[in-house]
Design a protein around this ligand. Structure first.
Ligand code: SF4
Length: 756
């Protein structure tokens, strides 16, 4: 797209650089020493567009970017606390090199030159002696993962990991196995939502949380929540069914059984757009509402009623597959069952249902002209080496065949280090991923780290992982660094970009500069086509300086395009009115059925997944054999997100720690009484995988056979002074065995409580 067409498209839309900050948001940014900077939050992985107020060079306040209409000026508690992280006197601002035993917490400060040269020397020594695959690379999500992938590929290691396997991996694999891509959920326009604990009021995604809050307050809609505890989302529900932990799959298969038994599904849609109906019928033929009663604790009558309600509300229904998909080893089947249930209701590309995400390239195709910028990907030159990985991901014939090689199975790192199989692993580079809190098996992980030749942590704090490192490189927080352009398209094209709000505190370094410089000192930087973030952005934008200028100024750039669902003639005709070229896609019924292309091997929605069946026999169609998460114990401990903290990252940030400094285990009073336990008492939580001490909290808002704890506490790093030693780290008692197909780490686990 050229400058002229960019400006032409920009004119007349509400969110571009040609417009000033609106009066409401700019009011807080008055005064000669004050300015507002538009950027992107990184206090969790949602990445909301924000505006930061800077006074005399200091960031003093953060609010949502009002130009991003889904969020407006909202941020959550964590988003507001970005300022506290930025100026926290416990964050690291100088490179540290270990000056005692690993894990002793003894460090000496080093210059960037000294620390980077030392890292390069150690990493090159490992490469020379054992080969590049002997170093594993782990990262949190976002652009730091991209930067780490680039570095690992340039170094030559295929052992690259993101947080996926302990959080959204099933969603990332099972949903595309069904639909060929990850559809969006139209929460704003649905009439009936079935929620299996996708806790948007605690695991906040502001734009979706706002839509769900509005939905829940609407008397004409229904929010059905199935969750073993009375969570934030259960509290907002029209109906709450306290289902037994891990048994959503049985409930879903019974729903599907009823719909197929009674012929109450969208037959035309299923015939035209799906494959595998016969295999599905076979798989659910015995999954009767009566059968599911003993698994779920929900009556057969309730299943019959709910099946009827959902069918009557279709296609404006969403059966929500959530985000953190780690409830049982059968998680792949559970997520597939949810996707299949949506397909049977014929809600695809319907208002209030689910729909293809459409980016600027799609809108250009629809409009028949290059109206919106399409980004280039300067990272595409970096390819994951073909060397076999320690976890076999992406390899034919391996049980991890379907797991992307940039994401991996985290639980396989520690056994590989301890056994030195399939080959020696001698080094670990991690950027802001706290393995010891997030992945099953804390005790073995510490043992493994201590055996390595070199450990590099890139972090803001001395996290638990960083505590055991040889070098910690203090990375700049998101408020101190520029990053690349990201696609934020939803129902219309849009982009956002993280802009530096203030200069780095104490000389910390942004990820782009840090990884680029490390690559240079490792002498592996021949494929880097940029030296600075500015150059990187310009390559992404293909020289479109106006787009970059708009994003520097406004943080978010979007276009007002009429919403289009490919199976909604009334929306399609409005779209065609504005973009007449789109008429070429409209069929005789007023739909855009030629665009209903699913990127699956069959080109259709797969109710039965032949590629999975072929590689992993028995997994191609629904089954319940891995559903149990009690493992012979009477109690199942579940975990979840709190709205105050992000995983294990934020417990040490003062303002958030003041709001929530501990997370006791929820227990029903009747369960506690049976064991003679008192409210607030400390107990030993144990199972065959490990044990840990925790405080209990009585609540009737949980089933008697379940326990619940907020994830992210139980830190052991002496550098996290506010939170060190407080709370329970659930990773101590998690099963390190992953779930079939997706390599999911399971966060529901059978336990017993012992009085201490
Ligand atoms: S949900 Fe909160 S923490 Fe996450 S990006 Fe948005 S404002 Fe930041």
């Amino acid at each position: 797209m050229n400058r002229r067409s960019f400006l032409k498209t920009s004119a007349g839309v509400g969110t571009l650089a040609t417009l000033k900050l609106n009066a409401k948001s700019s009011e807080i940014f008055k005064g000669s020493n004050e300015k507002g900077v538009a950027s992107v939050c990184e206090m969790c992985s949602t990445r909301c567009p924000i505006e930061a107020k800077v006074v005399d060079g200091k960031c003093v306040f953060i609010q949502g970017n009002s130009k991003f209409s889904s969020n407006k000026t909202s941020v959550c508690a964590r988003g507001g606390a970005g300022v506290n992280q930025l100026y926290d006197d416990q964050r690291l601002v100088k490179p540290l090199i270990r000056d005692g035993k690993r894990g002793s917490g003894k460090w000496k400060e080093a210059s960037w030159d000294e620390a980077l040269d030392f890292c390069a020397k150690k990493l090159n020594e490992i490469k020379d002696k054992y080969g590049p695959q002997a170093v594993v690379f782990t990262s949190k999500s976002g652009e730091s993962h991209t930067q780490l992938v680039n570095l690992a590929c340039a170094y030559g290691s295929s052992n690259i990991y993101s947080h996926w396997s302990c959080c959204p991996i099933t969603e990332k694999i099972a949903v595309p196995h069904t639909f060929g891509s990850s559809p969006k959920r139209d929460f704003a326009n649905a009439k009936y939502i079935v929620n299996f604990g996708h806790n948007l009021f605690e695991g906040i995604v502001i734009s979706d949380t706002k839509k769900l809050a509005k939905f829940a307050n609407d008397k004409s809609t229904k929010l059905l929540v199935l969750e073993p505890r009375f969570s934030g989302v259960a509290a907002k529900a029209d109906e709450w069914l306290p289902i037994r932990p891990g048994t959503d799959l049985a409930f879903l298969m019974a729903l599907i059984h009823v719909w197929l038994r009674d012929g109450k599904y969208d037959k035309k849609f299923v015939e035209k757009y799906t494959v595998g109906l016969e295999e599905l019928k076979m798989a659910v033929k015995d999954s009767t509402p009566k059968w599911q009663e003993s698994h779920t604790g929900i009556s057969a009558d309730t299943v019959e009623r709910v099946a009827d309600e959902i069918y009557k509300a279709s296609p404006k229904v969403i059966i929500d597959w959530g985000h953190k998909t780690t409830t049982t080893r059968a998680e792949y089947q559970r997520t597939r069952a949810i996707c299949i249930a949506n397909a049977l209701m014929g809600n695809f590309e319907k208002e209030g249902g689910i729909y293809f995400g459409k980016n600027s390239k799609t809108f250009n195709t629809l409009c028949g002209e290059e109206l919106f910028p399409v980004l280039a990907n300067p990272n595409s030159v970096f390819k994951v080496p073909k060397t076999p990985r320690i976890d076999g991901c992406g390899e034919d014939g391996h049980r991890h065949k379907f797991i992307p090689r940039k994401h991996g199975v985290l639980m396989d790192i520690v056994p590989a280090i301890l056994s030195q199989k399939p080959y020696p692993v001698k080094g670990w580079v991690s950027t802001r991923f706290n393995y010891l809190i997030n992945v099953a098996g804390e005790v073995d992980a510490i043992k493994a780290i201590k055996e390595l030749d070199f450990v590099l942590a890139i972090d803001i704090y001395e996290s638990d992982f960083a505590h055991f490192a040889d070098v910690i490189l203090p990375v700049a927080t998101y408020l101190e660094r520029d990053e690349g352009i990201q696609d934020k398209s939803g129902t219309a094209p849009g982009f956002y970009m993280r802009n530096k709000v203030v200069e780095p505190v104490g000389g910390t370094m942004g990820g782009y500069e840090l990884f680029r410089e490390l690559a240079r000192r490792l002498n592996i930087d021949k494929d880097y086509s940029w030296n600075t973030v500015a150059e990187y952005r310009m390559q992404q934008a293909k020289g479109n300086a106006e787009l970059i200028a708009s994003l520097e100024k406004d943080g978010y750039v979007g276009w007002k395009v009429p919403k289009v669902y490919y199976r909604e003639p009334k929306f399609i005709s409005k779209f065609v009115e504005k973009y007449p070229n789109a008429s070429q896609f409209v069929d005789e019924n007023g739909n855009m059925s030629s665009l209903m292309k699913f990127k699956t091997p069959s080109g259709k929605i797969e109710l039965f997944c032949a590629q999975v069946e072929e590689a992993l026999p028995g997994e191609g169609c629904l089954h319940t054999k891995d559903m149990d998460c009690y493992d012979g114990y009477d109690l199942c401990l579940m975990s979840g997100k709190t709205p105050i903290h992000t995983n294990g990252h934020t417990q040490n940030i003062k303002v958030l720690n003041d709001m929530m400094s501990e997370a006791p285990i929820w227990i029903h009073p009747n369960t506690a009484k049976k064991q003679g336990l008192k409210d607030g008492q400390r107990v030993l939580v144990r199972n065959k995988f490990g044990e840990g001490r925790a405080k209990i909290m009585f609540t009737e808002g949980i089933r008697e056979d379940a326990l619940f704890v907020y994830h992210g506490f139980g830190h052991i790093s002496s550098g996290l002074k506010r939170t060190n030693g407080v709370g329970f780290n659930q990773s101590k008692i998690l099963n390190p065995a992953d779930g079939p197909v997706c390599g999911t780490m399971v966060t529901n686990v059978g336990v017993e409580l012992v009085k201490i």
